[in-house]
Design a protein around this ligand. Structure first.
Ligand code: TRP
Length: 339
């Protein structure tokens, strides 16, 4: 058996909305699977959300809701480290330090900032920086700190976040170049979890399930809402007795991702043989989803109660995370001449 410590993976979750089935299949499940292979850490990037969420009630709600969602979906806070970014004050001190090591030009080239300027240009605004706050501009530095302060080996991300991890590696390189004799940050690497490369889940209008299309099935919606949303998924007018192609059915595509393999195979056969109508298929999808999601929904609702153990779990997680962060900041301070 190898005695070298397991590599560490860090997943950051921005609390800006409620998760849906597409997030569950495409992001949450693959990220949770990493705990089998890595020493896994997960955190809620609540200070990242402040860039866009300006309603204090809502920010508080999203933060708790995202935490409850991940635990309900299977994150075990005893086995992994799970914390809130805002509970780690060391992150914000290191953010200033690394801002001083980060070229402004590097930030000018960051995708999210460039996209915001492009939107201003398209809208015909004279000032391309209109409406852009320094939080958005500095976002990559804060994210770099999230990663570097935990001595992260790998960062599982979607394609849109790849550049941010490269920037984190760049910033680590700049620091190491100057102060490397005294302290060196571990240089992180981005990885794209498996499900990301597979096909996506259709939403209730047949397009990709996405918050921006307003076509999602929320992961923890009530049973009656689940039934209503499943009914809304579009189907064609093929009569009950005629054979149907499972692969071109949105309803079947969702079923296939949630039902046991034999159940899905049997349903595929029945659709192809004719005699199974879309109504029956929808009933089956509802049953499969409801059976799988009921226990998760219950756990989620219990955690969302105001006096649940959720806050204590996050506080305990923060303590574990700070054990990693404090010595790193300490060494950095010494290396730069502050202590
Ligand atoms: N920027 C990420 C997103 O929008 C969230 C995030 C913040 C993150 N800090 C991180 C992800 C550190 C990985 C590591 O999804």
């Amino acid at each position: 058996m190898s005695t070298s410590p397991a590599k560490m993976s860090l997943t950051g979750i921005k609390p800006t909305g409620e998760p849906h089935l597409g997030n569950y299949i495409g992001a949450i499940k693959p990220a949770l699977k990493l705990a089998e292979e890595y020493e896994a850490m997960y955190f809620i990037a609540d200070y990242h959300a402040l860039i866009t969420v300006r309603d204090p009630q809502l920010l508080r709600h999203y933060t708790r809701s995202v935490a409850a969602s991940w635990i309900a979906a299977g994150l075990d806070p005893d086995r992994v480290v799970f914390y809130r970014q805002s509970d780690i004050p060391e992150i914000f001190e290191l953010t200033w330090i690394l801002s001083c090591m980060t070229g402004k030009g590097l930030m000018n080239r960051a995708h999210a900032y460039k996209a915001a300027r492009d939107r201003n240009q398209e809208a015909g605004k004279a000032d391309l920086d209109a409406g852009i706050n320094m939080g958005l501009y500095n976002y990559p530095v804060l994210m770099a700190v999230d990663i570097l302060i935990m001595s992260t080996d790998v960062v599982p991300v979607g394609r849109d976040q790849m550049q941010h991890v490269e920037i984190a590696a760049d910033i680590a390189g700049s620091f190491n170049h100057v102060y490397g004799d005294n302290f060196k940050f571990k240089v992180p690497q981005a990885i794209v979890p498996e499900a990301e490369t597979g096909h996506t889940l259709p939403g209730v209008d047949g397009r990709k399930m996405s918050k921006s299309y307003d076509n999602t099935i929320p992961l923890f919606c009530s049973e009656s809402q689940l039934k209503k949303l499943v009914r809304r998924i579009p189907t064609d007018s093929t009569p009950v007795e005629e054979p149907k192609d499972a692969d071109s059915s949105n309803v079947f595509q969702i079923l296939e991702r949630f039902a046991p393999a034999e159940t899905a195979a049997e349903t595929r056969r029945r659709l192809q043989a004719g005699g199974m109508g879309w109504g029956e298929l929808k009933n089956q999808l509802f049953d499969v989803l409801n059976t799988q999601l009921s226990p998760l929904r219950e756990r989620y609702n219990a955690l969302m109660a105001p006096d649940s153990e959720l806050d204590a779990l996050l506080t305990a997680g923060a303590e574990k995370a700070r054990k990693r962060a404090v010595p790193v900041l300490d060494q950095v301070r010494k290396a730069i001449g502050i202590k």
